[in-house]
Ligand binder design. Structure first.
Ligand code: COA
Length: 254
């Protein structure tokens, strides 16, 4: 599908989010395409590294808001939940290149990547509460551990966007470069990883994530249940409809 481009060369699978007119917001079909590509890369011995990137101006505006309103509540088998499961358990190194806005799952997916390079135009935001929702992708577990409760509260409760500098300071990203250089840098680092012994990479990554695997999976399951329930409640309906109607939400009755 053209909203997701995949390319494999030199042992690197590159996945490009390519729905720029809709700010690379992610539809069910896009989640499925990414999960299929990652599953294929995990099983293919000739692929050693995966890279996920957007456009120089936009990484991703998160879940497609229309899908939030129309798709059935997420279950373990939903495309988005499969995508989160696949990305959070991908056994090989995963590199992300982020320019522009990274909203919602555009930011939370980075918690599951190994190396993240960002443009100085990157802006990270987690507006779940503003949408009447709750965190997903294990972010309610991983973000406070990464940045401390108070900073996580600014990001998750106030929904305040944070800059590439803050993301670097708290350890969400590895380096900031001009937007025009981000994809090339991610590719160079992927090439360096691809030249290393695959078994060592996979074993090292598994060991590094061993303690987190079970609690993250457990938290993601809990978040999925709550998120699905909240999607059907008046606050989310109001917030999502307000976005589609290009107006401010009114939570006075929520
Ligand atoms: N789902 C569906 N469509 C989206 C979208 C989303 N998450 N984000 C942006 N779009 C669409 C807009 O509706 C608009 O479509 P149109 O041209 O047909 O009217 C187009 O993408 C451009 O978006 P726009 O808001 O005009 O771009 P911008 O540069 O002013 O702002 C963002 C970019 C990312 C800051 C802004 O689009 C935004 O906040 N999006 C919603 C993010 C969000 O809440 N995601 C859910 C997270 S849980």
């Amino acid at each position: 599908m053209t909203d997701i481009l995949t390319h494999t060369e030199d042992g690197i699978l590159t996945i490009t989010l390519n729905r720029v007119a809709k700010k690379n917001s992610l539809t069910s079909a896009m989640y499925t395409a990414i999960a299929d590509a990652l599953d294929g890369a995990a099983a293919d011995a000739s692929v050693r590294v995966a890279v996920i990137q957007g456009h120089e101006t936009i990484f991703s505006a998160g879940n497609d808001i229309g899908d939030f309103l129309n798709a059935p509540a997420p279950t373990a088998e939903s495309p988005v939940i499969r995508f989160l499961r696949v990305i959070s358990t991908f056994p090989k190194p995963l590199v992300a290149a982020v320019c522009g806005a990274a909203v919602g799952v555009g930011t939370t997916m980075l918690l599951h990547c190994d190396l993240v390079y960002a443009g100085d135009n990157a802006a990270f935001s987690l507006p779940f509460v503003n949408l009447g929702l709750c965190p997903e992708a294990g972010s309610s577990y991983l973000l406070p551990r990464l940045m401390g409760h108070q900073r996580a509260a600014e990001a998750l409760l106030l929904g305040d966007p944070f800059t590439a500098e803050t993301a670097l300071e708290v350890g969400l990203i590895n380096r900031i470069v001009p937007p025009a250089e981000v994809h090339a840098l991610a590719h160079r680092q992927a090439l360096r990883l691809a030249a290393k012994p695959l078994a060592s990479l996979v074993t090292s990554k598994r060991l590094m994530k061993q303690e987190l695997a079970a609690p993250v999976a457990e938290r993601m399951a809990e978040e999925t249940g709550l998120f699905g329930k909240m999607l059907r409640e008046p606050a989310a309906k109001e917030a999502l409809t307000a976005f589609m109607e290009n107006r401010k939400p009114d939570f006075s009755n929520c």
